[in-house]
Design a protein around this ligand. Structure first.
Ligand SMILES: C[S@@+](CC[C@H](N)C(=O)[O-])C[C@H]1O[C@@H](n2cnc3c(N)ncnc32)[C@H](O)[C@@H]1O
Length: 411
């Protein structure tokens, strides 16, 4: 059977809802993950997809497949979206550093990096590999719950971080403070102990929804407004596309200042780029195909990539960056394949997809998230794409860091 031939299940129209659900026999790789309920037929379908993918992967490695596409040469250089700024003299401490999205953003905005704290060893190793001179606390040593934050008082000007978003994300169960991964109380504790002149804390936009309004008030803003010294807190919602990143990605950012003058001087980052707006004077945000250096063809009209998803807290190790049917449709419309991300552009080119869509590589996913092309991903592919999917797009983080620096300079 050729790999492009449809499988029997693809033609079946059986109503799966009337079939019984069967539990997964494969244990989840994440302790807090609750497996999806699937029917026996759905499980069989996924099993056969995985089997076919493994066989294709083996044939690609053996050089048995014809390459469908040349190795792509990107058009977008993300460094142009976040030019290196002069050192400001401000010292930055990073919590929940992941693979370094915010860290590299603040570095390019001219802040001196003093240390990173990250619980995942593999993410910490990405930071250490890229910046051997940085102080990186990883694993148990990087767990924010076990740090004597007072020791950092007087040594840090800006604290930044993105506490885990799973407790609030639309893609999860949105249990807020009932989710043991909720790290906002630990973040507030760190800010109160260190007393930086400013802090930046990022999260999913759902945290700005009415569902979590009381949570935000009681856990984040009020404790900081009542602390000594008190913090004055802005909240802004930003879109990656407004900073030249070819992806649909919205984030809420809390920005707090110890001085009222700096709070008043702060201006939310203005867009640097415009997506699909010929009226705008700003440079256009590239479509994702153009950014990746792929041909513009009628079959696949260019557009923004859907939100890149991290599979790190999912049920098993995955090299997919897509976790919904609607996103899968958007990726398909763009002619891009969001599953089975390859380690390198060369490996992606040697491993054609069944559908003829372009197979992404780790470097491509990093570009779609706005990382500089020089940032290295030294870990397994599933870890690398998981770290990338968790990250703040550096050009967006850079714009925030620049606004904070400007406000502090005026105060
Ligand atoms: C949303 S990601 C942050 C991404 C990062 N800001 C970036 O731009 O690349 C959250 C990170 O928090 C880490 N994390 C979760 N619990 C933690 C804890 N208790 N202490 C330190 N890091 C933790 C996760 O491993 C994950 O890498």
């Amino acid at each position: 059977m050729s790999s492009n031939e449809p499988l029997a299940w693809e033609d079946e129209q059986t109503d799966l809802a009337v079939e019984g659900l069967v539990p997964s026999r494969i244990p989840s790789t994440h302790p807090l993950h609750q497996p999806r309920s699937l029917t026996a037929r759905e499980r069989e379908r996924y099993r056969r997809m995985a089997q076919r993918s493994r066989e294709q992967s083996r044939r690609a490695a053996a050089g048995e497949l014809d390459s469908l596409h040349e190795v792509n040469v990107p058009t977008l250089d993300t460094r142009d979206l976040m030019p290196r700024l002069e050192p400001s003299g401000l010292r930055a401490l990073s919590l929940y550093s992941g693979g370094g999205g915010l860290d590299v953003a603040f570095e390019r905005a001219g802040l001196e990096h003093v240390a990173s704290y990250e619980i995942l060893d593999h993410a910490a190793s990405t930071l250490a590999r890229n910046r051997p001179e940085w102080e990186v606390h990883g694993g148990a040593d990087g767990d924010v719950h076990g740090v004597q934050w007072r020791d950092w008082r007087g040594k840090v000007d800006v604290l930044h971080g993105g506490p885990p978003c799973q407790p609030f994300s639309n893609a999860g169960r949105q249990q807020g403070h009932l989710d043991p991964r909720d790290c906002w109380p630990a973040t507030v504790k760190a800010i109160r102990a260190i007393q930086p002149v400013a802090f930046v804390a990022e999260n999913v936009p759902a945290l700005a929804s009415t569902k979590f309004a009381q949570y935000v008030r009681e856990v984040i803003t009020e404790p900081l407004e009542r602390s000594r010294p008190r913090y004055y807190v802005h909240r802004v919602v930003l879109e990656a596309r407004s900073f030249g990143v070819p992806q649909v990605r919205k984030r809420v950012v809390f920005i707090g200042f110890r001085s009222k003058k700096a709070y008043d001087a702060f201006c939310a980052p203005a867009p640097t780029h415009a997506w699909n707006n010929p009226e705008s004077d700003l440079p256009p945000t590239m479509g994702v195909r153009e950014a990746l250096g792929l041909p513009q063809v009628d079959e696949y009209p260019d557009g923004l990539a859907p939100t890149v998803r991290s599979g790190l807290t999912g049920p098993r190790y995955t090299t997919s960056i897509c976790n919904s049917t609607s996103a899968a449709k958007s990726w398909a419309t763009l002619g891009l394949w969001p599953n089975g991300v390859a380690a390198t552009r060369e490996a992606a080119s040697a491993f054609p997809t069944d559908s003829g869509a372009f197979r992404l590589s780790v470097a491509d996913v990093a570009l779609i998230q706005g990382f500089p092309p020089t940032w290295i991903w030294p870990t397994a592919v599933y870890q690398a794409v998981g770290q990338i999917g968790n990250a703040v797009p550096p050009p967006l983080g850079w714009a925030v860091a620049k606004s904070v620096t400007e406000a502090l300079a005026l105060a």
